[in-house]
Design a protein around this ligand. Structure first.
Ligand code: GLY
Ligand code: MN
Ligand code: MN
Length: 440
């Protein structure tokens, strides 16, 4: 960990300790054991899925914990780390990183028996947080397994990032932006999707299993598949569009960035510019106090305006909204919370108790229904797509759709547009980590 971030990390630990003290005390529990988790083997196989530590364990640590790591938190005391230093000649022995962070922790390394370490810590009811794993049974009746009364306030609070977490998100955006630059170059050089992905990984300095989500790299018509997962090794005969939605991780914190690039200089290029302008306007409006569903509605109005001005739909904005025409071209939500999970927890929560505020009926895919607060990290990702399934359904179900189907037909080969940035919400103005990284 670089020295200049020591102070950020120390304050981060203080914030976490305060959150846990409050949540545990309110639940009448004095200790939490947070399990990073174990390797998970594939069915009837000796090969494991890539390991992703449980986010609540990662949140405490300034390194990526290996399987078998535990964090133990006791009200009013410094945290304890149970670190697996198993010696095994088949595998790399996990190494505990050095640094000033160690001064804030009690550290116990275990080689063969984590159970003993956990048993020693058990003097009362324990909240066990995380995947069920080794060590759980030894605690017997004194365990409350993932109690909602403890988890709900912790998850709700995760939406507000500490300065340390913002530092991590900033690093994650920077790595991804280096990858996005390389991907755009590979597109202009006529590379196929798989090699654009390789260029992305190399420039963002990660291997595929480290990506925070399965990155989406769609050429031409494939840009219309929202979560397009194939990566072809064959290049198409012409490169019209690249839609790349790809991130990176820094100490478990994700970036989630989308850029659309085109070789076109006609209507599609014009639409791309208009969606980009709409996206930047929405980013400016995303400040503390904004109700996020209102911003989603603003996006629907913006898409309707673009469709009307481009001659794609002759209906005015209000008529389009009444008929849900913008949702045919923009069927997903404006964005979501971002953090240790790419779609961070708590987006639909009204309060720390976990009561839900579901998305409105006209925006069922909206992942964030909260009013924005300073320190929240989230995405702003409007899109405009030509999705055959949705266009066909519109034509079938709505005789008065008002859309110019011939003009739309000329745009289908381009697939679609999405532009996605990562924001840290502020009072009056927010930080756009993605555009900051592109400006470096
Ligand atoms: N990459 C998935 C999303 O943008 O939500
Ligand atoms: Mn996203
Ligand atoms: Mn994305």
């Amino acid at each position: 960990m670089p020295d200049q971030s020591d102070a950020l990390y120390t304050r981060h630990l203080e914030t976490l300790q305060a959150r846990y003290d409050e949540a545990l005390t309110a639940a009448g529990i004095s200790r939490a054991v947070i399990a990073a988790g174990d390797l998970l083997l594939r069915h009837e196989d000796d090969q494991a899925y890539p390991f992703k530590p449980y986010p609540l364990a990662q949140q405490w640590l300034p390194f990526v914990p290996p399987p078998g790591t535990f964090v133990v938190v006791k009200v009013g005391e410094p945290p304890t780390l149970l670190f697996p230093a198993q010696k095994d000649f088949w595998h790399l022995t996990p190494q505990l990183p050095g640094g000033n962070w160690r001064m804030r922790w009690r550290i116990q390394e275990w080689q063969t028996d984590v159970i003993a370490g956990l048993r020693d810590l058990t003097d009362s009811v324990v909240a066990w947080l995380g995947p069920q794993t080794r060590g759980l049974d030894v605690l017997g009746d004194s365990v409350a397994l993932n109690p909602a009364a403890v988890l709900n306030p912790l998850h709700y609070a995760r939406a507000i990032k500490t300065d340390w977490e913002i530092h991590c998100l900033e690093q994650a955006s920077r790595s991804a932006v280096a990858g996005h630059r390389a991907a755009a170059e590979a597109f202009h050089a006529g590379q196929p999707e798989a090699l654009i992905h390789h260029a992305y990984l190399a420039a963002s300095r990660q291997v595929a299993e480290e990506e925070p989500y399965h990155s989406i790299i769609g050429l031409n018509e494939s840009a219309a598949t929202l979560h397009y997962e194939r990566r072809c090794f064959e290049a198409p005969s012409v490169h019209r569009t690249l839609l790349i939605d790809a991130g990176a991780q820094y100490l478990g914190y994700a970036s989630d960035i989308t850029r659309t690039t085109t070789s076109d200089d006609g209507l599609f290029a014009q639409l791309l510019q208009q969606v980009d302008e709409l996206q930047q306007q929405l980013c400016r409006q995303a400040v503390a106090g904004t109700h996020y569903p209102d911003l989603h509605d603003e996006t629907l109005r913006g898409i309707a305006t673009i469709l009307h001005d481009a001659g794609l739909c002759r209906h005015d904005v209000d008529t389009q909204l009444a008929q849900r025409i913008p949702q045919v071209f923009f069927p997903h939500g404006l964005g979501h919370l971002l953090g240790l999970q790419v779609h961070d927890v708590g987006g639909h929560w009204q309060n720390p108790a976990g009561d839900l505020a579901p998305p409105p009926r006209h925006a069922p895919a909206l992942r964030l229904t909260r009013t924005l607060e300073a320190g929240m990290a989230l995405t702003i990702e409007p899109g405009l797509y030509f999705i055959p399934m949705l266009l066909d359904r519109m034509v079938k179900d709505n005789a008065d759709h008002g859309c110019d189907l011939d003009l739309i037909e000329t745009l289908r080969p381009f697939g679609g547009i999405r532009i996605e940035d990562n924001l840290i919400i502020g009072d009056g103005a927010s930080r756009n980590l993605t555009r900051e990284a592109f400006a470096l």
